[in-house]
Design a protein around this ligand. Structure first.
Ligand SMILES: [Zn+2]
Length: 307
């Protein structure tokens, strides 16, 4: 297959995936009087991207996705730090106080990966395969179980689900206690040597399953993009799955109106990007959204709530 075509296909798959996850999970609304509340805003574990938040990185090894070297992990952590510094500086420019604490899985000797294979070997194939999200959740839970081992017996108080917490929830509870903040975003990093592997954020609009992201690129803008998803931002680029004319028009309009928006143009250098009005509203930096921007996001019929 020629290089250009392969790039196009891989990029389409990337777009496709993120779109599927969003159409499934985050375009739900809660009715509040006559106004609508987008399910991803002020909801789940990652509520508002303000004050102190945690970005917890776990590096995952497997025969099929690749193994991490110490050098790879530390250079990826540099990208994570660059992404978080960039988000913090965007917050500062908007008068928002934000401190993103970067934490990661390590032992006494320092940072270490956790080994766990995916059901369909590769991440994209697993996610798109039968019971895709369930299989990825199981994989993520097992890794969280291993990551939890270093903390010893469970004494945390802030578990999301009191009945039978999953390992991801238990890990989040531990990290909440450790860092004394509610807002904990977990990102699993796979060291993919495939150029067509994907990145995605899951359970963004859920109210019972904690959100998390899986990242296969070491690019700071992809890391920042996925972290913003965890806090409610949605994709603003046009994908092959925006197959309705109305939706295509909205996305085209968003890309024109926000030419440097990180949720629309992910694969650029992070210095050239910014967080636009729609994303600011979704992550809790603005409490309302202009009518024109609401039209782009949800159309003319719905009125979005002021937080
Ligand atoms: Zn995205």
């Amino acid at each position: 297959m020629n290089k250009k075509l392969r790039y196009f296909l891989s990029y389409s798959i990337y777009l496709l995936l993120v779109t599927i996850l969003f159409s499934c999970h985050s375009h739900r609304f809660f009715k509040k009087n006559q106004e609508f509340h987008i399910a991803s805003v002020n909801n789940n574990v990652c509520k508002k991207l303000q004050r102190k938040t945690v970005l917890y990185a776990v590096f995952v090894d497997s025969k099929y996705t690749g193994y991490w070297t110490e050098f790879d992990m530390s250079s990826t952590l540099d990208s994570v730090k660059k992404a978080s510094k960039w988000i913090e500086s965007q917050a500062r420019d908007n008068g928002i106080g934000l401190d993103i604490v970067v934490d990661y899985h390590e032992n006494d000797k320092g940072i270490i990966p956790i080994e766990k294979s995916l059901a369909k070997k590769r991440f994209g194939a697993t996610l798109l395969g039968p019971s895709g999200i369930k299989n990825v959740d199981r994989w993520a839970d097992k890794i969280a179980y291993y990551a939890l081992q270093k903390y010893g017996p469970d004494t945390s108080k802030k578990t999301l689900n009191k009945i039978r917490p999953k390992d991801r929830e238990r890990l989040i509870a531990r990290l909440r206690d450790k860092h004394e903040t509610e807002n904990v975003g977990i990102i699993y990093f796979i060291n993919s040597y495939y150029t067509d592997e994907v990145s995605a954020a899951l359970h963004i609009g859920s109210d019972f399953d904690p959100e998390y992201a899986v990242v296969s690129y070491k690019n700071p803008s992809v890391i920042a993009h996925e972290y913003l998803h965890l806090f409610g931002a949605v994709d603003l680029y046009m994908s092959p799955f925006d197959n309705k004319k109305k939706q295509q028009k909205k996305k085209a309009f968003a890309m024109e109106k926000f030419p440097n928006e990180i949720m629309a143009f992910t694969h650029r250098r992070i210095e050239t990007l910014e967080i636009g009005n729609i994303s600011k509203y979704l992550i809790g930096w603005n409490d309302s959204l202009s009518r024109a921007d609401q039209n782009i996001l949800v159309g003319k019929k719905l009125k979005l709530v002021k937080y």
